[in-house]
Ligand binder design. Structure first.
Ligand code: GLC
Length: 564
C-alpha cells in the first residue's frame, strides 16, 4: 500500500482520495436519493478499486438549494439520506477496510434555514444575531437599493433585502448567506464542528471555497462600497475585498490547533479557485489547512507543454509549502474529463477558455461541437494514468473510474443546480456530472437503487455499468484497479526526474526506476522502454523486439505506459 501506516502523521501525502457525491452514489432505501447505507454497502467496491480515502460531499440536513452546499445544521445527517448512527457505521466499515474518511466543511456560508440565520432575520439591525452574518444597510433615501452592484457567483445580486432597509450578503445562491468570520461565535462554532466530526472518527476535511472567508466587511471596509468593476479590478490577494485576504491565515491557524489535538493530526484540503496559484501554497502549510487543490491541471487540456508546466509549478508550490501536491481532473463542479477531452481544445491565453467551451457545449444539449467519445476516453485514460504516477495525492471523482461521460441531455424540468435557475440562459449548470452511478446494465436505475434516480440516467449508462466493466479486462474500471494497485506498490519518495523524450511526449522517472511516458501526439512514438507494467491503450501489445523485457518500442497515439 502507498499508505503504509494510517496512524503516521504523513499518511495522507500520497493517498488516493475518491470523492463521493452522496446523493448520487448508491441508494439503499429505494427513494431515488443516494444514502449513507448505500455508501456502506459499496465499501467492498471501493476497497477493490484500491482507494485510500473517501471524501464525502455534504450529507448534512439541507433543502438542497445547492446540492447540500447549503447547510442547515453542520453537526447532523440529512434525514433524507441517513442518521448519525448510519454515519458511524459507515466510518467504521471504511476503517475496517483500511480506507480513511474526509468530510466536506462549508464555512463560507450556511443555508438560509440555519437556526442562526433564522435568528438573524428575526432580530434587529445591529444585534448580535445579525453580526454572525454580513448585513449592510441599503443605499438611497429609503435604503431600498442594494449596497453595491456586485454579482453573485450563481447570477443575480450578492445582496438580498430583508424588508427593513437592510440587506444580507451572499456570494452564491440567495439561500446561502455568508458568515461573518470576524464574529468570534462563528469562529468558535466551526471549531466545535471540526471537533464533532473528528471525535466521530473522521480523518480529514475538504474545505469549501476556502479562500473567501476573510472578507473584513466589519472593520476595514469603506462606508460606500466600490462598484463591481472597481472591486474586480483588484487582484485576488491581500487587497481584494472578498478573496484571499490575509485574515484567512489566522482563521486556519485556529483550525490547525484543533487538527493537532488528534493523533494522527487531522488533515484538510482547501478548495481554491484563484488563478494563478502561487499564493495557494499558504493554505497548504502545516500552520494552515495542510493541502490545497491546484486546479491548474484542469485548465491544461491535453497538451504536453501545458501539462509539463503545470506539473512543474504544482510540485514547486507544494514543496514551498512543505506539503504534497494534489492532482485532480474531475469533481462535482465540472464537466467530466472523458467528455472535456472529446471536445476540441480551444487555444487561448485565457485559462478559462476551455471551461467556456464546456459551458456552451452543455447549453447546446451536448451537440455543438460534437463530442468525439473515443478520443475523449483515450485521452482521459492516458492523462489520468500519467497523473497517477506523479508524486503527491490523487483525487478521483465517482464514476471517472468507469470512464463516464457528462450527461448533457437532462430536460429542464429535471435540473436541480441553482446555476440553472439563476442563469439558465447562459449556463445549464452542473447536474450532468452528478447523475447517479450505473452499477448494473439494467434495473430501474441501473442498480443505483430499486426506484428511479433523482436525476435521469441516459440509456447509454448501461455500457458503463460497474457489472459490465468488471467483467471486461480492457475496461476503464480494470485499468484504474490495476493502476492503483501498482501505484501503491511503486510509490516511493516524492521525487521526480524528467527524462529526454520526443516532442509532445513526457517521460518521468520516479525513485526505484518507475517510468511513466505519455504520448500526447496523434502519431505513434518510438522510445526505449523496460518491462512494461501498465498501458492505457487496451489494444496495444509492446513490439515483439522488446519481448516484454525492454528495448525500442512504439507507443501508440494518446497513450500512457508505465515501465520498470
Ligand atoms: C464549491 C462547491 C460547489 C458549491 C460552491 C458553493 O465551489 O464545490 O459545489 O456550489 O462551493 O458552496
Amino acid at each position: 500500500m502507498a499508505v503504509q501506516d494510517r496512524k503516521s502523521p504523513s499518511w495522507w501525502r500520497q493517498a488516493v482520495v475518491y470523492q463521493i457525491y452522496p446523493r448520487s452514489f448508491a441508494d439503499a432505501n429505494g427513494d431515488g436519493i443516494g444514502d449513507l447505507k448505500g455508501i456502506t454497502s459499496r465499501v467492498p467496491y471501493l476497497s477493490d478499486l484500491g482507494v485510500d480515502v473517501v471524501w464525502l460531499s455534504p450529507f448534512y440536513p439541507s433543502a438542497l438549494a445547492d446540492g447540500g452546499y447549503d447547510v442547515d445544521d453542520y453537526r447532523d445527517v440529512d434525514p433524507k439520506i441517513g442518521t448519525l448512527a448510519d454515519f458511524d457505521e459507515m466510518v467504521a466499515t471504511f476503517h475496517e477496510a483500511n480506507i480513511n474518511v474526509f468530510v466536506d466543511i462549508v464555512p463560507n456560508h450556511s443555508s438560509n434555514l440555519h437556526e442562526w440565520f433564522q435568528a438573524a432575520l428575526a432580530a434587529q439591525p445591529g444585534s448580535p444575531e445579525r453580526d454572525r452574518y454580513i448585513f449592510r444597510r441599503g443605499i438611497g433615501e429609503d435604503h431600498s437599493q442594494p449596497p453595491s452592484d456586485w454579482k453573485a457567483s450563481f447570477g443575480g445580486s450578492t445582496w438580498e433585502p430583508v424588508g427593513d432597509g437592510w440587506f444580507y450578503f451572499h456570494l452564491f445562491a440567495v439561500e446561502q448567506p455568508d458568515w461573518n468570520w470576524e464574529n468570534e461565535e462563528v469562529r468558535q462554532d466551526f471549531l466545535t464542528t471540526l471537533r464533532f466530526w473528528s471525535h466521530r472518527g473522521v480523518d480529514g476535511f475538504r474545505v469549501d471555497v476556502a479562500m473567501a472567508l476573510a472578507k473584513g466587511f466589519g472593520s476595514d471596509f469603506p462606508e460606500e462600497l466600490p462598484n463591481r468593476a472597481e472591486m474586480e479590478a483588484v487582484p485576488i490577494g491581500p487587497d481584494h475585498m472578498l478573496y484571499d485576504r490575509d485574515m484567512i491565515d489566522d482563521i486556519y491557524a485556529g483550525w490547525r490547533g484543533v487538527f493537532n489535538e488528534y493523533d494522527p493530526p487531522r488533515v484538510a484540503v482547501a478548495e481554491l479557485w484563484a488563478e494563478p496559484s502561487p499564493r495557494k501554497a499558504r493554505y497548504a502549510t502545516d500552520k494552515s489547512l495542510g493541502q490545497a487543490f491546484y486546479f491548474d491541471i484542469m485548465h491544461a487540456g491535453f497538451n504536453a507543454t501545458k501539462v509539463r508546466k503545470v506539473v512543474e509549478d504544482v510540485l514547486g508550490w507544494a514543496a514551498e509549502s512543505g506539503s504534497a501536491s494534489t492532482w485532480v481532473l474531475s469533481n462535482h463542479d465540472n464537466v467530466r474529463h472523458a467528455t472535456r477531452f472529446g471536445l476540441p481544445d480551444v487555444v487561448s491565453d485565457d485559462v478559462w477558455a476551455n471551461f467556456d467551451r464546456d459551458r456552451k457545449w452543455l447549453l447546446s444539449g451536448g451537440v455543438d461541437p460534437v463530442e468525439d467519445v473515443a478520443t475523449g476516453l483515450r485521452r482521459a485514460r492516458a492523462l489520468t494514468t500519467f497523473l497517477m504516477a506523479l508524486p503527491g495525492s490523487m483525487y478521483l471523482y465517482q464514476g471517472e473510474e468507469l470512464g463516464l461521460r457528462e450527461v448533457a441531455e437532462i430536460p429542464p424540468e429535471d435540473r436541480q443546480d441553482p446555476i440553472f435557475f439563476h442563469d439558465g440562459d447562459n449556463n445549464v449548470g452542473r447536474d450532468g456530472c452528478r447523475v447517479p452511478l450505473p452499477w448494473t446494465a439494467d434495473g430501474p436505475s441501473f442498480g443505483f437503487g430499486t426506484g428511479s434516480a433523482h436525476l435521469p440516467q441516459p440509456g447509454w449508462f448501461a455500457d458503463y455499468a460497474v457489472s459490465v466493466e468488471a467483467a471486461e479486462s480492457s475496461s476503464t474500471l480494470n485499468l484504474y484497479r490495476k493502476a492503483l494497485k501498482l501505484r501503491s506498490q511503486l510509490q516511493g519518495a516524492e521525487e521526480l526526474e524528467w527524462a529526454d523524450a520526443p516532442e509532445s511526449v513526457l517521460h518521468i522517472v520516479r525513485p526505484g526506476g518507475w517510468h511513466a511516458v505519455i504520448n500526447f501526439t496523434k502519431e505513434p512514438q518510438q522510445i526505449e522502454v523496460g518491462e512494461v507494467v501498465l498501458n492505457s491503450d487496451p489494444s496495444w501489445v509492446p513490439d515483439e523486439t522488446t519481448d516484454g523485457r525492454g528495448g525500442l518500442s512504439t507507443i501508440p497515439p494518446e497513450t500512457t505506459i508505465w515501465f520498470l
